[in-house]
Design a protein around this ligand. Structure first.
Ligand SMILES: NC(=O)c1ccc[n+]([C@@H]2O[C@H](COP(=O)([O-])OP(=O)(O)OC[C@H]3O[C@@H](n4cnc5c(N)ncnc54)[C@H](O)[C@@H]3O)[C@@H](O)[C@H]2O)c1
Length: 281
């Protein structure tokens, strides 16, 4: 098998499918003939993508269902709706995730001077850590626990987690997000081993840096449109010298979900313009 044609007619659920990356992955899946259920706390935004796909007869269909990845009841309801309308899932993409300001330090470094502790690690809110771990880590484990059971029972399927560059080496200011994404890499390996005899593969993509609505004003100056010092650092650390486009994740996703990668499980593939390979020298 050297194309993605085995994906045609498969049924996929994608959490966070209404987001910037999520909606691009939905379009990529539908274009490969997959029928996609968008699970998101904002399903109405997913419906826009669904309408777009409905207008393209060459694509699989998409539909939005409201679901919160941190809430068991909400996921069980979504699973019942999926079973009723689509039968069992073949694919689960865990894409819901993100950082929170309450788990972000204002400062990159501290000098040890007492006055300098404001805005540092010591000023962080432990509830912020809980929130980030809930959304990213629990928000990957719980949907998998609830939605991958049918795949295991039928002996085939594929799970794809969305990690981050932070998983390998943490970025300054965002300790909870970095640790939660590292936990996703570890969990990807653990679950790949656990599911391997059952014929269900588990892999992940670690995207490099995208300019999205969430981080645009951290990385570019709102007034001038110029890159901020943090934005400049990211580009300097990315050998390809630019941000990723969400569309650049689609090929790796299709590869990992299709039979093209039938003997690949437990891997995390960076799609990062060389960021993770570059020592900076
Ligand atoms: N943007 C980047 O540069 C970047 C880089 C690496 C990894 N990522 C990861 O990619 C994924 C998508 O990021 P994005 O930039 O598209 O973010 P986004 O904020 O555009 O999308 C996230 C989506 O998740 C949904 N969501 C939030 N909480 C939810 C919950 N509890 N239950 C269900 N859905 C929920 C939101 O409504 C939104 O539609 C995240 O896991 C993120 O950590 C992003």
């Amino acid at each position: 098998m050297n194309d993605f044609s085995d994906l045609k007619g498969k049924v996929a659920a994608i959490t966070g499918g209404s987001g910037i990356i999520g909606m691009t992955l939905v379009r990529g899946l539908c274009a490969a003939g997959v029928n996609v259920i968008i699970l998101d706390v904002k399903p109405e935004r997913g419906e826009v993508t669904a309408a777009e796909m409905a207008a393209r007869p060459d694509c699989g269909m998409a539909t939005g269902i409201g679901a919160d990845v941190t809430d068991r009841e909400s996921l069980l309801k979504a699973r019942d709706q999926i079973r009723e309308k689509f039968g069992s899932l073949d694919i689960l993409v865990n894409c819901a995730g993100g950082n929170k300001s309450t788990a972000t330090t204002a400062k990159e470094f501290i000098s040890g001077n007492e006055k300098d502790l404001k805005g540092s690690f010591f000023d962080l809110d432990i509830e912020g850590f809980d929130g980030v771990f809930d959304l990213n880590f629990k928000g990957t484990v719980l949907p998998t626990m609830i939605l991958a059971e049918d795949m295991v029972k039928k002996g085939s399927g594929s799970v794809l987690n969305i990690s981050s560059m932070n998983a390998y080496r943490p970025l300054t200011k965002i300790p909870a997000y970095s640790a939660a994404k590292a936990a996703i890499n570890n969990f990807t390996q653990w679950l790949a081993v656990h599911f391997a005899p059952a014929g269900v593969r588990v892999n992940a993509i670690a995207p490099g840096f995208l300019l999205t609505n969430q981080n645009r004003f951290l990385l570019t100056d709102e007034q001038t449109g110029e890159m901020t010092p943090r934005g400049k650092k990211i580009i300097a650390a990315t050998p390809m010298g630019r941000y990723a486009e969400p569309e650049e994740l689609v090929g790796t996703m299709l590869y990992l979900l299709s039979d093209t990668s039938s003997f690949v499980t437990g891997v995390v593939i960076p799609v990062d313009g060389g960021f993770s390979a570059y020592s900076g020298v």
